[in-house]
Every structure is written in C-alpha cells, then in structure tokens.
Ligand binder design. Structure first.
Ligand SMILES: Nc1ncnc2c1ncn2[C@@H]1O[C@H](COP(=O)(O)OP(=O)(O)OP(=O)(O)O)[C@@H](O)[C@H]1O
Length: 262
C-alpha cells in the first residue's frame, strides 16, 4: 500500500507528556503513513522512548490525542464523546502494536517455540498448530530454524533478540515499535539483528517506528527520519537529506557527536 498522509497509521495531535514538572513532549504533532519505516533519532532525554511507551499504552498522555489506524489510543468514544480509555479498550488496541525492547525479556522457562506461540494462542485465540506453523516460518525468517527447542539461556544476546523480533511479529501487528534493539548487544552480534530488520522492512508492509543510534542503519532502511530535540520534531526528512544536508545546526552537532563516538 503506498504511504498516504490522508489516512495515517499513526497520528500524534498536540500531544503533551510530563513527568512531574518536567515536560517531556510539548504539543507534539506527527503522522506516519501505512507501511512507512520511520527512524527516531536525537539526544538522550529528547523523548523518543516516551513516544514508543505512549504508543504501547504503557504511559498516558497529559494532553492531545494519539490515533493508530483511526482508533484513539488515549481515549475511546462513549455516547458520542471522547473519554479516557479504560483497560478493556486498551487491551484490544494494544494487540495491533508490537514492541521489541533493548532487553529481550524472553520467558526463561519456555523454549523458543513456546516463547513465540504463547501470546498468539492465549491472547489472539489462534489454534496451537497454526501458531506453531507460523512460528516456524518466523524462525526461518530470523535465521534460527535450528533453535526452536532451545531455551533462551542457551542463546547469544543477538539470537535472543531475533527470537524477540519473531515473537512480536507472531502477533501480526499493524505497527512494530523498535526501541534501541541493538544497544545491549556485543558489537559482533549487532549485524545479524540489523540484517533481520532490513529484511522485515523490505518484505512486510508493517508500519515501523524505530528508535536507534545506528545511523548507517537508519539511513539505509528508513523512508523518513525524525530528529527530536526537547520533545519536539526538530527535523523530519528523507534519510539522505537529513544525514547529508541537515537543516539545523543542532542536528549537525548531534550527528557529528554520534559519529565521533562510534
Ligand atoms: N518514568 C519516568 N519518570 C520520570 N521521568 C522520566 C520517566 N521516563 C522518562 N523520564 C524522563 O523523560 C525524559 C525523556 O525520556 P526518554 O526516555 O523518552 O528519552 P530518550 O530520547 O528516549 O532518551 P535515550 O536516548 O537516552 O533513551 C528524560 O529526561 C527522562 O529522564
């Protein structure tokens, strides 16, 4: 489906989020079209993870609204009015959104196959045979066909992260959120995970929002890159434009600092 701004998959409208007196997001507006891969970059504390946590409904907005595929996340409609969303409503909308974190959070007492099939069977009501067949396909996609019976503790960090990606995809989400998924990995394991993500970006129509410090990866796979600073979008551009001709000096300094650190 070609991306369109008329019917975005994600829409933030005037979103405000504070922790105590600290305003993290200020009147934040942006949209993401269906099937787009958008990378979120910016200095530490600029609010990138908060955006993903709001989308996962792990946090509530203090102002404004968030919609995913036309459905409100923070609010629901009741009697023609928007009222704060309740848990039951949130459980339903949450199923459309998958997230992979820096820490893999696999179930240590279950083998790889069960880690992937547990939620589709118990949350979506998918039959065990079907869930297992899909898990086997996904394990092939992430290059771990031979590990389906292994326990997570016997896998490397990179392998565990690839299982976590397969587990998120097993829920057939409309939106996949990736939060610094390679940051906890040894450098030699990063490439395998990035290769899998490149393949997912190229072969699926899932809308992906990716917080990353891997600038080359962001440049290669993204349709758009958003540079955040102090809870606002400072720059929003195609990757080649943002990385080679940033408009703002703040973006230039940030990119230089990341490159110097690498
Ligand atoms: N639960 C919380 N309670 C209080 N403050 C928080 C909480 N979560 C985040 N913050 C603060 O909100 C600000 C934005 O945090 P966030 O994690 O969204 O930034 P980020 O851009 O993802 O940073 P990083 O690149 O370091 O992960 C930071 O100043 C952080 O300290």
């Amino acid at each position: 489906m070609p991306p369109t701004v008329d019917s975005p998959m994600i829409r933030f409208s005037q979103v405000v989020k504070s922790y105590g007196d600290h305003v993290v997001l200020r009147d934040l507006d942006f949209t993401v079209a269906p099937g787009e891969f958008v990378s979120l970059i910016g200095p530490s504390g600029s609010g990138k993870t908060t955006i993903l946590r709001l989308l996962m409904t792990l946090e509530r907005v203090d102002g404004g609204t968030i919609e995913v595929c036309g459905d409100h996340l923070s609010h629901m409609e009741r009697g023609g009015k928007l009222v704060p969303a309740d848990e039951k409503y949130l459980r339903t909308v949450r199923k459309r959104i998958g997230m992979v974190f820096q820490q893999f959070n696999l179930f240590p007492n279950m083998n790889v196959l069960r880690n992937i099939t547990e939620a589709p069977i118990h949350s979506l009501g998918i039959a065990r045979d079907e869930a297992e067949a899909r898990a086997v396909e996904l394990l092939e996609m992430v290059g771990l066909s031979d590990k389906k019976d292994a326990h997570p503790t016997r896998l490397s960090g990179g392998q565990q992260q690839r299982v976590a990606i397969a587990r998120a995809l097993a829920m057939r989400p409309d939106v996949l959120l990736l939060d610094e998924v390679t940051s906890a990995l040894d450098p030699e394991l990063v490439a395998d995970v990035l290769r899998v993500l490149r393949e997912i970006a190229a072969s699926t129509d899932i809308t992906i929002l990716c917080v990353t410090h891997e600038m080359q990866f962001a440049r290669d796979v993204s349709d758009r890159v958003m540079m955040f600073d102090e809870g606002q979008v400072l720059e929003d551009a195609a990757p080649d434009k943002l990385f080679s001709e940033p408009e703002h000096d703040r973006t230039r300094r940030f990119l230089k600092a990341v490159i110097d650190r690498a």
